[in-house]
Design a protein around this ligand. Structure first.
Ligand SMILES: [Zn+2]
Ligand SMILES: [Zn+2]
Length: 356
């Protein structure tokens, strides 16, 4: 790469103000790599960042290059990154969080809860949220936020390792055991990926609440579909589990009704593991939660699950490819967002290609 080379990027200059622009290619710091981005997937969080739904937080200042679900090839790297074994030409996928590495939470391995969140001066990053992201031809990242992918994994699938590893964190945190009947509440990308994680971990019956095309995909992935529009989800779950309810519930719906439905579907002594982020606080049935020892577990992103998710995606290659419904050049980002936001044309994961 020549010095002062320029690249195309989609930059957010202010809420709702995206621009396809030409900016300098970044140069890597000591522990960083700069990768050629081959694929970047639109995340459900991205439109909220673009709309300014998290003022002074995601991002805390402008401009921001969004994008954190990506895959590509190492192009340049810092000396320490090199000493750690990273090489030009390595095929990698990325996640958004980099902990400071020094605080109590990072020392426990819980780096998505870093005490120095938002402090780039202490080494914290969250790419595509407040640190510069991957809607660009080149992505600069700390080596903590990447993993190598197998030669045979295509870049579109690899760009979905961030959400797959989030689904895996949620499923692992439920302490699922082989044979457990589970409910995946919500049939969007996260819900569909949770089905694959539950299958990999030996779940018994996998029930999924959702609707439309996405519920058909859930069925294709081996789940029992429950259409929440015309069925009572907790009643149906109980009917399928000898009246007991699901031992583990994975909440990916995010609405107040959806979350209450998730709790109403869980068995006595069961766990509701939550990855959805509701718009506000919602009332919870605390008497039942106490008397039936129901656990509700929140999950933030994907600490230490990226490497585990990669062989899982290889195992479920057909399903991962089915989740990817659209691929457009990065320059057509407006069309890509239109398809993604409008759930048009049975869209699930919409991939943008910065090199096209
Ligand atoms: Zn994401
Ligand atoms: Zn930290």
């Amino acid at each position: 790469m020549e010095k002062n080379e320029m690249m195309h990027a989609v930059r957010l200059n202010a809420p709702h103000d995206l621009e396809y622009c030409s900016i300098p290619v970044p140069t890597p710091g000591d522990m960083e790599v700069v990768c050629k981005v081959e694929s970047v997937a639109i995340c459900g969080t991205d439109p909220h960042i673009i709309n300014g739904d998290f003022p002074n937080f995601w991002p805390d200042k402008f401009p921001l290059i969004p994008g954190h679900e990506w895959a590509g090839v190492v192009e340049t790297l810092g000396d320490s990154a090199k000493a750690l074994g990273w090489k030009v030409g390595d095929r990698v996928c990325g996640i958004s969080h980099v902990g400071c590495g020094h605080c109590a939470m990072c020392m426990e391995g819980r780096y998505t809860l870093c005490d120095n969140y938002g402090h780039e001066e202490f080494g914290h990053r969250q790419y595509g949220h407040y640190s510069q992201g991957a809607y660009a031809q080149y992505m600069r990242t700390n080596v903590k936020a990447i993993a190598k992918i197998p030669d045979e994994m295509d870049f579109n699938v690899a760009s979905c390792m961030d959400p797959l590893s989030i689904a895996l964190h949620m499923v692992l945190r439920s302490r699922i055991e082989p044979g457990d009947d589970v409910l995946v509440n919500g049939s969007g990308g996260q819900g569909l990926m949770a089905i694959l994680c539950a299958r990999a971990l030996g779940a018994g019956k996998i029930m999924v609440s959702g609707s439309g095309f996405r519920l058909d995909v859930a069925k294709d992935f081996g789940a029992i579909p429950i259409n929440y529009r015309n069925e009572n989800v907790p009643e149906r779950v109980k009917a399928l589990t000898n009246g007991k309810g699901a031992k583990r519930v994975f909440e990916c719906a995010g609405t107040a009704v959806g979350i209450q439905q998730a709790i109403d579907s869980v068995a006595k002594g069961g766990v509701v593991s939550v990855v959805s982020l509701p718009g506000g606080d919602i009332p919870l049935p605390m008497r039942r939660i106490v008397l039936e020892e129901i656990e509700i577990i929140g999950n933030r992103a994907n600490p230490n699950t990226l490497e585990k998710a990669i062989p899982l995606a290889t195992q479920f290659e057909r399903e991962m490819k089915r989740l990817i419904t659209h691929e457009l050049p990065l320059s057509q980002y407006e069309k890509a967002f239109d398809i993604f936001n409008g759930r048009k044309d049975n869209s699930l994961k919409v991939i943008m290609k910065p090199q096209l």
